[in-house]
Design a protein around this ligand. Structure first.
Ligand SMILES: O=C(O)CCC(=O)C(=O)O
Ligand SMILES: [Fe+2]
Length: 352
C-alpha cells in the first residue's frame, strides 16, 4: 500500500522580498473555464484571463488554475497509477532506473542545485519510436514490464495536459500583447508533439520527525511553464501554495523570462516575466506527499532570446540567446551528477 497522502510544505519565493516576509503573499487564482472547458475548445483565451496571467507572470511567476477542463476521472486514474508505481518493490522500480545517457525512468538520487532531493521520481515524455534520439530531450521511455495500465494512464494524462499547455501558451502570448499563436513556432506542431515536454511523478516519503530540512531545494524550472498537481501542503515562511481541490499550480520557468524570436519568456520576455523560485519542505507527521508535474518545454532546436517587441533602447536585451538543447542538456547532467554549479539563465545574462 502506498503511504497515505498528508501534509508537507511547498513554497514560492516572492520577488525582491526576504523569504521570511513572503508568507503574506498570495498566489493568484485564475479561472480557465472560458477557454479550457471541453465545450469551449478552440475558443481563444479571453482578454481578462490573458491579462491576469500576464500580471501573475510579472509578479510571482505563478498562479493556481481552476476549471482547467481536464476530466476528474483521468486525474484520479493518473494519481492511482502513480501511487501503484511508487508502492512497487524497489527492485522492480530499479529495473527502469534512469541513466546518464537517458534520464527517463525511475530515480531516487536527483540533485537540485547540488543537494540530493528527499524523494523518488518517475519521468516520461511523448517520445515516438523512430524519432532521432537527442540526449536529455528526445529519448525513449522506460516503462516497467507488465504495467500496462500505468503506461496508458500516464500517456493519456500527458497528452491531455499538453493540449492545455498550448492553450496557456496562447493566453501567455495575448497577455504580452502578441498574437495568440506568436510563440507556437518555438513549440512545434502540437499534433506531432515535437516539443520536449516531460512529465515527472514525485513521491516524497514520510520524513524522519527530526528532519528539519527541505525535501526539494529551491530552484526555478528550466523550461517554459510547469503545470503541477499537488496533493497536500502546509505553509512555511515562503509564500504558501495551498492545495485547492482539482486546481493546477502553474509556474513560469527560466525560458519564459527570456521570450525570443523563435522562442521563449524569462528569456522570452526580456525579464518582464519571472520564473518562479520554489521549494518543498520535507513532509512531516508520518505521511507521504505526491505531486505530478508537466514541464511544457520548447522544441529541441529552439533558441530562446528576448523577443524583439521587448527590446528597446531603455530596456536593452538582458540575455544572449539561450539554445534550449544546450541549456537543458547541461541542467539534466547537473541533476544526475554533481558537476559543480548548475547552469542557470544568469549565465546567459548580458552584463550592463
Ligand atoms: O512537489 C512539488 O510541489 C514541486 C515539484 C517541483 O518543483 C519539481 O518537480 O520541479
Ligand atoms: Fe520545480
Amino acid at each position: 500500500m502506498p503511504a497515505a497522502h498528508g501534509p508537507a510544505s511547498a513554497g514560492l519565493a516572492v520577488p525582491d522580498g526576504p523569504a521570511k516576509q513572503s508568507g503574506s503573499a498570495q498566489i493568484p487564482i485564475i479561472d480557465g473555464r472560458g477557454f479550457l472547458a471541453r465545450e469551449r475548445r478552440g475558443a481563444p483565451p479571453p482578454q481578462d484571463v490573458a491579462a491576469a496571467i500576464s500580471e501573475a507572470g510579472r509578479t510571482l511567476g505563478a498562479f493556481q488554475l481552476i476549471n482547467h477542463g481536464v476530466d476528474t476521472a483521468l486525474v484520479e486514474r493518473m494519481k492511482n497509477a502513480a501511487a501503484h508505481f511508487f508502492a512497487l518493490p524497489k527492485e522492480t522500480k530499479l529495473q527502469v532506473r534512469r541513466s546518464k545517457d537517458n534520464p527517463l525512468g525511475y530515480s531516487d538520487d536527483e540533485l537540485t542545485k547540488r543537494v540530493i532531493d528527499l524523494k523518488e521520481c518517475f519521468d516520461f515524455n511523448q517520445y515516438h519510436p523512430g524519432r532521432p534520439h537527442i540526449p536529455a530531450l528526445h529519448t525513449p521511455n522506460r516503462w516497467p514490464e507488465g504495467e500496462d495500465e500505468f503506461r496508458a494512464a500516464l500517456q493519456a494524462y500527458l497528452s491531455e495536459l499538453s493540449w492545455a499547455a498550448f492553450k496557456l501558451l496562447e493566453a501567455f502570448s495575448l497577455g504580452l500583447g502578441l498574437p495568440a499563436h506568436a510563440l507556437h513556432p518555438a513549440f512545434g506542431d502540437p499534433e506531432q508533439a515535437t516539443h520536449t515536454t516531460l512529465m515527472r511523478l514525485n513521491y516524497y516519503p514520510p520524513a524522519d520527525p527530526q528532519e528539519k530540512g527541505l525535501a526539494l531545494n529551491e530552484h526555478t524550472d528550466p523550461g517554459f511553464l510547469t503545470i503541477l498537481l499537488q496533493d497536500s501542503q502546509v505553509g512555511d515562511e515562503w509564500c504558501a501554495v495551498p492545495p485547492i481541490s482539482d486546481a493546477f499550480v502553474v509556474n513560469f520557468g527560466d525560458i519564459a523570462q527570456v521570450p525570443g524570436t523563435a522562442l521563449c519568456k524569462q528569456i522570452l520576455s526580456n525579464d518582464v516575466y519571472r520564473a518562479a523560485n520554489h521549494r518543498v519542505v520535507a513532509p512531516k507527521g508520518g505521511r507521504a506527499r505526491y505531486s505530478y508535474a508537466v514541464f511544457f518545454n520548447p522544441e529541441p532546436e529552439a533558441v530562446c532570446q528576448p523577443l524583439p517587441d521587448f527590446v528597446t533602447r531603455e530596456r536593452p536585451a538582458a540575455f544572449r540567446p539561450v539554445p534550449w538543447r544546450e541549456f537543458m542538456q547541461a541542467r539534466v547532467a547537473g541533476n544526475i551528477e554533481d558537476l559543480g554549479e548548475e547552469v542557470q539563465t544568469y549565465h546567459y545574462r548580458i552584463q550592463p
